[in-house]
Each structure stands twice: as structure tokens, then as C-alpha cells.
Design a protein around this ligand. Structure first.
Ligand SMILES: NC(=O)c1ccc[n+]([C@@H]2O[C@H](COP(=O)([O-])OP(=O)(O)OC[C@H]3O[C@@H](n4cnc5c(N)ncnc54)[C@H](OP(=O)(O)O)[C@@H]3O)[C@@H](O)[C@H]2O)c1
Length: 241
């Protein structure tokens, strides 16, 4: 399926590490012209230099002004991957309200207003693909993940609302719901808990970022042209048990 995205322009939020970086790489390998974002400009520019085939734009998804300015600058896209997220771990009784607000500002409000800014072009051209990266824990109760899970459940709901709102103009909206995945960010925030969650899956391990990105590539591509409003669970069977 190489070159299937030649002529497509894609935006991946949070593309400097982990799952977002794998998505950026696979979309670019398929021929798309990819812009990826992150907050850390130095890391972004270094990743862009390594990839050679994608452009970096700094923006914090928790800051609405930055989201709107980035959308304006990046301009029309055919593929949007809403990947950047904040995943604070805390028991409900200990939850810091500021971290709660940052999770919803990043994971829900940022994605919402990025879509609001970019979807008019997709609607006008009669097509486009939006992939929301949610999580297995949007569907399961995990102690210490309540804020994160609730924010990802909100994004799952937006997948359904947007598929209904935009489908008449040919714009598809789907979710990829990863299970525990071996990334730097999750190791820093969740430590060994992620590996424990991986061992409890039917497939008995965590995913590698490319295994999640393959699902994103499929949903972004014309091979998925009759799929909208769906969630692809890429979780080693975790949501099945
Ligand atoms: N890893 C897992 O086990 C797992 C499981 C289920 C779902 N997911 C979901 O998969 C996605 C990626 O997770 P990951 O594990 O790959 O994360 P990661 O390794 O921490 O990478 C996160 C990426 O997002 C960027 N980012 C973080 N906050 C941002 C913000 N406010 N604005 C813009 N960019 C931001 C980071 O760059 P900067 O720090 O420079 O901003 C980085 O490029 C997230 O939506 C996460 O919820 C992950």
C-alpha cells in the first residue's frame, strides 16, 4: 500500500514521540505531506531533521489561542490525527483540579476546536478523515485513571457526534483505542503499571507504537472509505474481556 496517500496533506498532533511519531512516520511513508505538532520546539525540530519527510509546528493543545493559530498556519488538511494528550494518574480523592482541567483542555477542548477550525475545508471539498486516538480505558474502569478515562470517553462521544454531523459531506471520523503501549510518555507517568496492564491482556504484552499507527494509517486511507463512527480497538484483546 505504499504511496496510497500521495497528494494528501495530514496533521498529527503530538507527533514528536510515541504513537504520534509512529503515525507521522507511517503517513509520510505512504506519501502524505505531514505536519506534526508538540510543545517542545527543540525536540520537534530534531525529530523533523531525523525524519526528513515531515514538518514540525509547535503548539500546546491545552491553549486555545495556540490551537487556532496553528490551524490557521497549517491550513487545509485531508487527514487529521488527534493524538496529543495529557494522562495524569491519580485516585479521585487525590485529584489535583489543575491537572483535571489540563487533561480536559488538552484531550477534549483542544481536539474539538482543532476540528472546528479544520473541518470546514474537508466539508467543502467533500471528503476527509479524522482519527481520534482514545484509549482502552475509555471503556474500562481502572483505579487511578478516572480523569484520563473520562476525557477519552468524551473524545469517543465526539467521534460519534462528528461522524453524524460531517458524514453527509463525505468526511469520516473514527477512533483508534490503544491498549497499553510502550512509549516514553506513559513510562514516565505510569511506570510499571503499564506493563502490568499489558500482561493482563489476552495477548499478554504491551503494544509497540507502530502497531497502533498501522490502524491509524488504515482508517486514514481510502481503504477505509465506508468506515465512519467506528472505534478500532487495538488493545491485544483488552476490551473483549
Ligand atoms: N501509551 C499508551 O499506553 C497509550 C494507551 C492508550 C492511549 N494512548 C494515547 O495515545 C496517544 C499518544 O500517547 P503516547 O503514549 O504516544 O504519548 P507520549 O509518548 O507522551 O507522546 C506524546 C506526544 O504528544 C505531545 N504532547 C503532549 N502534550 C501535548 C500538548 N498539550 N500539546 C501538544 N502536544 C502535546 C508530546 O510532545 P511535547 O511533550 O513536546 O508536547 C509528544 O509528541 C495519547 O492520546 C494517549 O492518550 C496511549
Amino acid at each position: 500500500m505504499s504511496n496510497e496517500l500521495i497528494g494528501y496533506r495530514a496533521l498529527v498532533t503530538g507527533g514528536t514521540a510515541g504513537i504520534g511519531l509512529a503515525c507521522t512516520r507511517l503517513l509520510a511513508q505512504a506519501g502524505a505531506s505531514v505536519v506534526f505538532t508538540g510543545r517542545d520546539r527543540r525536540r520537534g525540530e530534531s525529530v523533523a531533521a531525523q525524519l526528513g519527510a515531515a514538518q514540525f509546528r509547535a503548539a500546546d493543545m491545552a491553549d486555545l489561542d495556540e490551537v487556532r493559530a496553528m490551524a490557521q498556519e497549517v491550513g487545509p488538511v485531508d487527514i487529521l490525527v488527534n493524538n496529543a494528550a495529557y494522562f495524569p494518574g491519580s485516585l479521585t480523592v487525590d485529584q489535583d483540579p489543575a491537572a483535571f482541567d489540563t487533561a480536559f483542555a488538552t484531550n477534549v477542548r483542544g481536539a474539538y476546536f482543532l476540528v472546528a477550525a479544520l473541518v470546514p475545508h474537508m466539508l467543502a471539498q467533500g471528503g476527509g478523515s479524522i482519527v481520534n486516538i482514545t484509549s482502552m480505558v475509555a471503556f474500562k474502569g481502572v483505579p487511578g485513571a478516572s480523569t484520563y478515562s473520562a476525557s477519552k470517553a468524551a473524545l469517543e462521544s465526539l467521534t460519534r457526534s462528528w461522524s453524524a454531523e460531517f458524514g453527509g459531506s463525505g468526511v469520516r471520523v473514527n477512533s483508534v483505542a490503544p491498549g497499553p503501549t510502550n512509549t516514553e510518555g506513559v513510562r514516565a507517568e505510569w511506570g510499571d503499571t503499564n506493563d502490568e496492564l499489558g500482561r493482563a491482556l489476552p495477548l499478554g504484552r504491551t503494544a509497540e507504537p507502530d502497531e497502533i499507527a498501522e490502524a491509524v494509517l488504515f482508517l486514514s486511507s481510502p481503504r477505509a472509505k465506508f468506515i465512519t463512527g467506528s472505534t478500532l480497538h487495538v488493545d491485544g484483546g483488552g476490551s473483549a474481556v
